[in-house]
Write a protein that binds this ligand. Structure first.
Ligand code: AMP
Ligand code: MG
Length: 462
């Protein structure tokens, strides 16, 4: 059943009604059919295009864009908001949002558009993250068009339809708190509790809400770190209150293992480098805590924050142990794991392929530098009680064969932009939604970047 997005219940302090702006010659280039079915969105392709291009409303619902604030690269910006996105309705508990459907009152002089390149990347990464069991917003469809959009050079305008239970960010809380509107902070917290965490209702509900956000954020970050995902722009306005990965911009999966990896070419200081993500998320949670001070005692917020690190380490260790097939807990395991990562770093090895090779038992091909380590690893593995097949199955269920490497996305983008061919998007979509299985005939898709792709750069421009 189509309805207004829940978010609209909050009232007009929280959003503005907007009109979507048409794209020239819009057409659908990919639809997530499973998601469409889950949403029970029974529409013809033509009807779906009309909705996802913003040409027709979903039911009778007026689109809305929300207002939020945020700390961007450490500096507080008192008003941001949905500058190029709007909620168009809700289906089966999921809000639908169009990204790139034109300007809103929060566009701050920008064009309200998204380019095809960035829509394809967001679409593919959302399904890749889902495939990797990392909490994320989803995407329903990509619309392409002939509308010119000006970035470093002229690109074409596009809309990606995002789907999430909620698009509320830390920045929504920061906006009202920074204006001293404590009643509105409370109303927002009540809204989140009522709709997303009803079990928290009770005496200490605001503290419990904060604890929950700390916990879900810790789990999300742990999974990013274990699967080598770098977000690129971890501003507080890009942090979801539900602990979902949100706002895909210059993200990258780390390929050659390097903890200092910076995926965003515009991030010259490396504020959001791969290894800093856990501490940045904590810093962002501290900003959320600041904005909840009218609801929760400061010391209680501090105590709740103190749990972040242990939650993160717990989840991260669990995943890393599975990746190495170490079920039984032995004291020296973390040294063994770290020594392997150090070897990957010094020998400039691909993170994902190396991890997947652990279960392929092709360690010989990793080179002499690894001999000593494998000797220790084999000794250690003998202490496991599970049968080797079971261990290998477990390892292969957490070490992906297929990862959204930048060059793979680039090939799909080039084909779409230059040739209007979308088959590569379909191929990647299918591989990435089940990245742990070997797909027959697609072995090459787990290859490392070819030479031409080694200098690909990603910036905030999208
Ligand atoms: P981001 O960090 O990319 O999620 O975006 C930061 C802020 O800039 C958000 O408020 C966005 O809505 C806004 N924004 C980014 N690109 C555009 C654009 N092309 N037009 C309008 N607003 C934009
Ligand atoms: Mg954003």
């Amino acid at each position: 059943m189509i309805s207004s997005p829940k978010f609209a219940d909050l009232g007009e302090d929280y959003f503005s009604r907007v009109d979507t702006q048409k794209l020239k010659n819009s057409h659908l280039i990919h639809v997530n059919k499973d998601l469409q079915a889950n949403l029970k969105l029974n529409l013809t392709e033509e009807e779906l295009l009309a909705i996802c291009s913003g040409e027709k409303k979903l039911g009778e619902v007026d689109p809305i864009s929300s207002v939020y604030a945020g700390h961007q690269f450490g500096y507080f910006v008192p008003q941001l908001g949905d500058g190029r996105s709007c909620l168009i309705g809700e289906l089966n508990g999921y809000e639908l949002s169009l990204k790139g459907a034109g300007t809103t009152p929060f566009s701050r002089g920008a064009d309200g558009r998204a380019v095809l390149r960035s829509s394809i990347r967001e679409y593919l990464c959302s399904i890749a993250m889902e495939g990797l069991n990392i909490p994320t917003t989803k995407c329903l469809a990509i619309v392409a068009s002939d509308t010119d959009v000006y970035r470093e050079h002229i690109e074409s305008g596009s809309i990606v339809t995002r789907v999430s239970e909620s698009h509320i960010r830390f920045g929504h809380f920061e906006y009202f708190a920074s204006k001293g509107q404590n009643e509105n902070v409370k109303k927002l917290a009540d809204f989140v509790i009522n709709h997303y965490y009803p079990k928290l209702k009770g005496k200490k509900c605001y503290l419990d809400l904060f604890k929950t956000v700390v916990q879900t954020t810790a789990v999300m970050i742990a999974r990013w770190q274990a699967q080598g995902f770098a977000h690129g722009v971890m501003n507080t306005d890009n942090m979801s209150i539900l602990g979902l990965t949100i706002d895909y911009g210059p993200f990258s999966f780390m390929e050659i293992y390097n903890p200092a990896f910076i995926c965003n070419h515009s991030d010259s200081q490396g504020r959001y480098s791969f290894e800093r993500q856990p501490s940045v998320a904590l810093w962002n949670l501290e900003r959320l805590a600041d904005s909840m001070r009218s609801l929760v005692d400061e010391d209680e917020l501090k105590d709740a924050l103190a749990v972040y690190q242990s939650s993160l380490v717990k989840e991260y260790s669990l995943l890393m142990r599975q990746k190495f097939g170490l079920l039984k807990v032995v004291d020296e395991d973390s040294t063994l794991i770290n020594d392997f990562l150090q070897l990957l770093y010094t020998n400039k090895r691909d993170y994902h392929r190396s991890m997947r090779q652990l279960s392929d038992q092709k360690e010989q091909s990793m080179g002499n530098e690894f001999d000593n380590w494998f000797e220790r690893y084999h000794k250690r593995i003998k202490q496991e009680i599970e049968k080797p097949e079971q261990r290998i199955q477990l390892m292969n269920s957490v070490n992906p064969k297929y990862v959204l490497r930048n060059y793979l996305a680039e090939v799909a983008i080039r084909k779409a932009e230059d040739l209007n061919q979308y088959d590569e998007i379909e191929t990647l979509f299918n591989l990435l939604r089940s990245p742990f299985e070997s797909h027959k005939g697609f072995d090459l898709y787990d290859s490392e970047a070819p030479e031409w792709a080694q200098s690909l750069e990603l910036s905030c421009s999208s």
